[in-house]
Design a protein around this ligand. Structure first.
Ligand code: GLN
Length: 493
């Protein structure tokens, strides 16, 4: 009999469930116990949905007895607290939505439920997905399971930490400028941001709508492929969702990368790139070469403008998306409602955190008359140049490889000025601006034992290529099979 706690991947758990070696109730209980043991130190979750999870697990076990074996039947998962969950509080880690209980499910929530997944919790994040460290949560920071003094990355830090700490077998996050890939890299798990339009944004609380995209976390590329197969697909409720067929992502994992052309951009040797990260990335590319991939030199000359462009487009869209939180329709209402303008002001003043306010101000400024052409319009033009860089690069390669981040996880409180925090996103924002899929796969540890991530960017809708390369790489490496030491009351061992 397989010990339930030893089931570390969706693939293994699925096999054990199918073979009758465990049940979803057992699996769910094991994960709820793990949550109870790790939450006091890691704080990856804003809400634990224990009772609901056990009810879902019982239902999954009944369905299995009847012979059903759908995709995620009985598998414990976590959702970032940005996905609407009917009847379960959805806060976006903001005070302004602190008590908000949505009346409906996000498309991703719904697809997971239909595939039989068991929701064990809603993950902590940076407020409204604005941040790279999870420190911007109104519910307190999540800690990195590999080192409790360090950040898990953001904004989907809770989703990544939950998988790394064994609280669930897979999770979902969102990525507007790196929010899936960065925490995946810092927490030593696989994270994928799909092509813009691949997954529906319906029911996902909006930050910057032309960049936001939903995506999965797992320990392996295979688990991420399984999750992507469930959440991808057209949804008429999101007008930007692509009416394209969903390929068999799992079927693409052949282990064969011979002839695959991997581009390494010249511009990615940036200042501040950590030596250990650089070395691990190069070694990872070498492993792919030894499996038959061909390494080519490519250039993405406008990369150096990507962070500035992202922070203009992102804040402009945020300022308009966040106008809806005014104390009238839902969420927090401060003051006694009289006069109306005071109520708006009070509500927004009390409800939003500092970073969210900063971005609303920056975005409103960039969109205002007189500045629109100089900032917003210019940023849109640079965005086109960045997209064209990728189109040109993909004429000579099938994937682009780079580090996911220039350093490993930093210490809590270390990046205390906004600019140094914004620069964390240097390698991840270009893919969002170009709408392309990007994945982070664990590719080593630095001298402090902190995980390092390799980023693979693919052409639009070629998620399967990135997953195929990541899976091939994981067949030759064991970084993903290591786990952080279980935290004790005094901290990690
Ligand atoms: N770190 C970036 C930011 O703060 C990206 C966030 C995201 O992808 N949601 O905007």
């Amino acid at each position: 009999m397989t010990k339930t706690v030893e089931l570390r991947t969706i693939e293994e758990a699925r096999r054990a469930l199918d073979a009758g070696e465990t049940t979803s109730v057992e699996l769910t209980n094991a994960h709820l116990e793990r949550i109870a043991a790790t939450e006091p130190t890691i704080a990856a979750l804003i809400t634990v949905t224990g009772e609901r999870a056990l009810a879902e697990a019982r239902a999954a076990d009944k369905r299995r007895v009847r012979g059903e074996t759908s995709g995620l039947l009985g598998i414990p998962v976590v959702l970032k607290d940005i996905f609407a969950t009917a009847g379960v509080r959805t806060t976006c880690a903001s005070k302004i939505l602190g008590d908000f209980v949505p009346p409906y499910d996000a498309d991703a929530t719904d697809r997971l439920a239909r595939a039989g997944a068991v929701l064990v919790g809603k993950a902590n994040m940076d407020e409204f997905a604005m941040g790279s460290s999870n420190e911007n949560s109104a519910f307190g920071a999540t800690r990195n399971p590999w080192d409790l003094e360090r950040v898990p990355g953001g904004s989907s830090g809770g989703s990544a930490a939950a998988v790394a700490a064994g609280q669930c077998l897979g999770s979902l996050g969102t990525d507007t400028g790196g929010s899936i890939r960065l925490p995946a890299s810092y927490c030593g798990v696989v994270g994928l941001k799909p092509t813009y339009g691949r997954c529906s944004r319906y029911g996902v609380i909006a930050y910057a709508s032309s960049l936001d995209q939903v995506g999965p976390f797992g320990r392996t590329a295979r688990d991420v492929a399984i999750l992507l197969g469930v959440i991808a697909g057209h949804d008429p409720r999101d007008s930007t969702s692509a009416p394209r067929e969903v390929p068999d992502y799992e079927g693409a994992l052949t282990g064969d990368v011979s002839g695959l052309r991997i581009g390494v951009p010249r511009e990615y040797s940036v200042e501040g790139l950590d030596h250990g990260v650089d070395k691990a990335t190069r070694q990872a590319i070498e492993i792919l070469r030894s499996r038959g991939a061909q390494i080519v030199d490519v250039s993405l000359p406008h990369t150096r403008y990507a962070v500035a462009t992202y922070y203009l487009v992102g804040t402009a869209e945020a300022s308009s998306n966040l106008a809806r939180y005014d104390g009238v329709k839902y969420g927090l209402r401060a003051g006694d409602g009289q006069p109306l303008l005071d109520m708006y002001r009070e509500t927004r003043d009390q409800g939003f955190g500092t970073e969210v306010k900063r971005r609303i101000l920056l975005g409103t400024y960039a969109l205002s008359a007189g500045y629109y052409d100089a900032y917003y319009l210019k940023a849109q033009r640079v965005r086109t140049l960045i997209r064209e860089d990728f189109a040109r690069a993909f004429e000579s390669c099938d994937l682009i490889a780079s580090p996911t981040a220039s350093t490993t996880a930093f210490r809590l409180g270390e990046r205390d000025d906004p600019l140094s925090m914004y620069l964390t996103d240097i390698f991840t924002v270009p893919a969002n601006l170009a709408g392309l899929p990007g994945l982070s796969v664990p590719c080593g540890f630095d001298e402090d034992g902190l995980p390092i991530g390799l980023q693979l960017i693919a052409p639009a809708f070629a998620e399967a290529t990135a997953l195929q390369a990541a899976d091939a790489y994981q067949r030759d490496t064991d970084f993903h099979s290591r786990s952080p030491a279980p935290p004790t009351a005094e901290g990690p061992v």
